[in-house]
Ligand binder design. Structure first.
Ligand code: ARG
Length: 457
């Protein structure tokens, strides 16, 4: 069977293998509803400009309504022979309404049609992702608020560095996902432009009105150059780059969740509904969701590289290579959407164990910097204070005790500037409360930051 859409100039049918190789309908049918939306806007413009008549337009509207219902009801028959979503829908339209259906493609090509479809689809996906990012950030803010006073060790090099609060730690992620949302909003501006009207590559001989179609479809403007309109996929690459960063942030958080849930650390527990067991070890409860999210970061990074590589060698204008943009893009959307949804939910399923965090913060001389700062405030230059405290820490390491376990007399061996008020400074609470400025870990700063963020989201 020949493809009626283009095969009149062919003397033999395409081989079955080639048909299967070149077809995209089994993955691009996901564009069906936006394809219909784009076609209706195009047909409305053709009618307005009297390129087709009102009766034909009415028939197209009627046929498309039926097709849309059939697709939603899963009763539409997708045919591999018809190559892609566009030809499948157009063929069905002609079956339903006859010649009016054959007039729809006037002044249009699948090249500008598919570019329009992907943009409409991606715009919707971005809006969903923005909603999920907000939900996730709000869930993290709830967690931060509950744990604004909970002290844990802050790490550098995975070594205990200084005490921080768990709330403060969560706010670091709220910032990351906030930048991710900004990137998506910015990407959306370049997604939201209309390629339709570029036709195959050079424009069309019909007196079309592209601005009208852009307005109907809610695009912020048109793609200004017809060659660029049909061949540009920068917007898809930008989206995948922004998505790769989202997954990078998810993956960093996942790594922490996995470490924190290890019984050796025991800082948190994750609700059972996000974990799985072992088929052999009855005691196991594994943090599968964060582990899998960390793993899925690899596939999203891969999709970004796939798209960059897809585009790098393409001459202008449209090439069939572009059909390969869809699977990476769709899988990126699915992965990001599912991951954000599950993380927004999982944030509420994290139980914090303050005693374990506190015990860990009490090991590793987390308040050594506080002692050095104390000496500086009494007039000692910082480098000398650093040196004095290093000696104190060394003594404590040998005695296997904390700085706060030393007596005032023992402490004064390292500096006579030390007085009884030092013991308040050496407490974990004193340490976090002292970092009381914008962006600091003091509980009242964390609360103020939460309030500011809530007002933004
Ligand atoms: N299925 C094609 C794609 O996804 C649609 C455009 C095909 N255009 C063409 N001239 N073969 O890119």
């Amino acid at each position: 069977k020949k493809n009626e859409a283009w095969s009149a100039r062919f003397s033999e049918p395409v081989s079955d293998l080639v048909k299967r190789y070149t077809a995209s309908v089994f993955f691009d049918k996901r564009l069906a509803q936006v394809d219909i939306q784009g076609s209706l806007a195009h047909a409305e413009m053709l009618c307005f400009k009297e390129i087709i008549n009102k009766t034909d337009y009415a028939e197209i509207v009627r046929g498309m309504a039926q097709i849309s219902t059939e697709i939603s009801a899963n009763s539409f028959t997708w045919q591999l022979d018809l190559e892609d979503v566009h030809l499948n829908i157009e063929k069905r339209l002609t079956e339903i309404v006859g010649d009016a259906g054959k007039r729809l493609h006037t002044g249009r090509s699948r090249n500008d049609q598919v570019a329009t479809d992907i943009r409409l689809y991606l715009r919707g996906a971005i809006d969903d992702i923005l909603g999920l990012l907000s939900q996730f950030r709000l869930a993290l803010l709830d967690l931060a608020e509950q744990q604004a006073d909970t002290i844990m060790p802050g790490f550098t090099h995975m070594q205990v560095a200084q005490p921080i609060t768990f709330g403060h730690h969560m706010l670091a992620y709220v910032e990351m996902f906030g930048r991710d949302a900004e990137r998506m909003v910015d990407c959306r501006k370049r997604v939201n432009r209309l390629p339709l009207g570029a036709a195959a590559l050079a424009g069309t001989t019909f007196p079309i009105d592209r601005e009208r179609v852009a307005q109907t479809l809610g695009f912020e403007g048109i793609c200004a150059n017809s060659l660029d309109a049909v061949s540009d996929r920068d917007f898809a690459i930008e989206f995948c780059a922004a998505s790769a960063l989202i997954m990078t942030h998810i993956s960093r958080m996942s790594e922490e969740l996995v470490i924190w849930m290890s019984p050796r650390i025991g800082f948190i527990d994750i609700a059972d509904r996000f974990c799985t067991g072992s088929s052999i070890m009855p005691q196991k409860k594994n943090p599968d969701v964060p582990e899998l999210a960390r793993g899925k970061t690899g596939r999203v990074n891969g999709h970004l590289i796939a798209l960059l590589t897809l585009m790098k060698g393409q001459p202008l204008a449209y090439n069939k290579d572009n059909q390969e943009d869809k699977e990476p893009l769709f899988d990126t959307v699915d992965t990001i959407t599912d991951t954000l949804r599950i993380f927004a939910d999982m944030a509420g399923g994290i139980t914090v164990k303050p005693e374990a965090m506190r015990a860990a913060a009490l090991q590793g001389y987390a308040t050594a910097t506080d002692l050095a700062d104390y000496l500086v405030k009494k007039g000692l230059p910082f480098r000398d204070a650093h040196e004095a405290v290093a000696h104190a820490v060394k003594t404590c390491v040998n005695k296997e005790c904390d700085l706060s376990d030393l007596t005032l007399e023992e402490l004064r061996v390292f500096s006579t500037l030390i007085d009884a008020d030092i013991f308040e400074v050496l407490t974990l609470e004193g340490s976090v409360a002292a970092r009381d400025h914008l962006g600091g870990t003091a509980p009242n700063q964390v609360r103020a930051a939460i309030a500011r963020l809530r007002a933004q989201i």
